[in-house]
Write a protein that binds this ligand. Structure first.
Ligand code: NAD
Length: 432
């Protein structure tokens, strides 16, 4: 009989707490402050009963976790997922607190969800879930308390159903209750570009610090979704040469890298991709692209690597294959680098822009949406992108300066800044 205990399943909240504990130690936070910040301030667990199209009833589980609102109302997405757990929601809420803090926007961290699978639900059933979710927490969320947004398997339509329910209860128009709304219905211009452009604003600044002329650099990207596409576009506008993207092929159930040494063209590639984003391999070859294995992106002879697909992609196993030419890794995705790979990148002296700074352009633009909705005054695209550049550049500079001053890794510096700002807000309010 095998007596080995089963491996403990990955718990995102335990990981988020471990990360926090390490930085709390470095910052010398007092025990009460540690207790306050390593746990959510508030959690709402509730049931969402809905009537199905066939007349039967289902009772779903819903959550809203508010990690910390010392710096401003909580902000964070709502996920619809069959495997959602409250610990994942807790971890994501905590990471939102640090993300908002590192780019210095006056918001805290929250996250929510409903355990359900939208693939098996009609639009009417999904609308019932959205309205049911809002009815359960309407008194505890809102423009000055906690502002939800889209996340995994939720989008603009879900946000509008939620907004409509909230406004019925509140008896007025409160577009600042929620973000991710379509443009024209309270949404912000620039949200589509925001995360990818934000990645590139930080890359531009890092290259200046590293003494690299961006027009003489090459880059490899993993992913060809919202984040990667706009990051590639702005990189080209800056004069850089993106040589490859890697993306998932739903039909083949594997990923491929599409490389053209003279430079890839994102418009050309989107024109030959299907609705799931999979690029047609024959058409790509006909346009001069090489079709390589999915993990080839990581070993290219480039200056910049941008993992912008999903978590756990740069690992202890493949990080040694990073080419010696690489000087910069910009984490467009959330959590793309494992702890083992982080160590390798650090030891090789590769400059890293950590995820919660690098991809904070999305939440920063959501904050702009909230400001526009609350004031009922909408900005031009140019205004949004100028403000976004300003925030991302300032966030990058603060992290870079601290890392240099203290001689610490950029990821540690980013955590130190984010956590100390939140701790200071709690201290000033007299909480700990
Ligand atoms: P997306 O769904 O639009 O695109 C994901 C891309 O990754 C697709 O091109 C897909 O083909 C590719 N991909 C999936 N599995 C792959 C694999 N095994 N190998 C290679 N490519 C693979 O998602 P997105 O919005 O671009 O988000 C990408 C990452 O950025 C995620 O980690 C997300 O959490 C993070 N992020 C996104 C935003 C945002 O505003 N969209 C904001 C912050 C962080």
């Amino acid at each position: 009989m095998d007596t080995k205990p089963a491996p403990k399943p990955f718990n995102a909240f335990e990981m988020a707490q471990r990360q926090f504990d390490a930085v709390a130690e470095q910052l010398g936070l007092n025990p009460a402050m540690r207790d306050l910040l390593r746990n959510p301030l508030r959690e709402y667990h509730f049931l969402v009963p809905i009537r199905m199209d066939d007349g039967s009833y289902q009772v779903l589980k819903g959550f809203r976790v508010q990690h910390n609102d010392a710096r401003g109302p909580c902000k964070g997405g709502i996920r619809f997922h069959p495997h959602e757990t409250v610990d994942t929601v807790r971890a994501l809420a905590m990471w939102m607190t640090w993300k908002c803090s590192v780019v210095d926007i006056p918001l805290g961290g929250g996250k929510g969800g409903v355990i359900c699978d939208p693939h098996n639900l009609s639009d009417r059933e999904q609308e019932a879930i959205c309205r049911g979710w809002v009815r359960q927490v309407a008194l505890n969320v809102g423009p000055v308390q906690d502002v939800p947004a889209p996340d995994v398997m939720t989008h603009g339509q879900h946000m509008l159903w939620m907004l409509d329910e909230y406004e019925r209860i509140a008896g007025g128009r409160y577009p600042g209750f929620i973000t991710g709304k379509p443009v024209g219905m309270g949404g912000s211009l620039g949200r589509t570009e925001a995360t990818g452009y934000g990645v590139m604003f930080t890359v531009r600044e890092a290259m200046k610090e590293l003494g690299l002329d961006i027009t003489k650099t090459k880059a490899a990207f993993q992913g060809f979704g919202n984040v990667a596409q706009y990051a590639v576009r702005l990189y080209r506008q800056y004069g850089g040469t993106p040589i490859c993207v890697a993306c998932w092929d739903q039909q083949d159930q594997t990923s491929y890298t599409f490389r053209r040494m003279g430079g890839i063209d994102p418009d050309e590639l989107t024109a030959i991709a299907d609705k799931y984003g999979a690029i047609d391999k024959d058409k790509a070859r006909a346009r001069g692209y090489e079709v390589l294995p999915g993990d080839a992106w990581i070993e290219q002879e480039v200056d910049l690597l941008v993992p912008a697909a999903l978590e756990n992609q740069v690992t202890g196993a493949n990080a040694p294959r990073i080419h010696k030419q690489v000087k910069l890794v910009a984490e467009g995705a959330n959590g793309p680098t494992t702890i083992e790979a982080d160590k390798i990148i650090r030891e090789r002296g590769i400059y890293l822009i950590p995820d919660f700074l690098c991809n904070a352009g999305g939440v920063t633009c959501s904050y702009f949406e909230q400001v526009q909705s609350n004031t009922n005054h909408y900005w031009s695209l140019d205004e949004v992108l100028t403000q976004l550049d300003h925030k991302m550049t300032a966030g990058f500079r603060a992290v870079h300066e601290l890392a240099r001053k203290k001689g610490v890794y950029q990821r540690d510096a980013a955590y130190m800044i984010a956590i100390s700002r939140v701790a200071e807000a709690c201290r000033l309010r007299g909480w700990a």
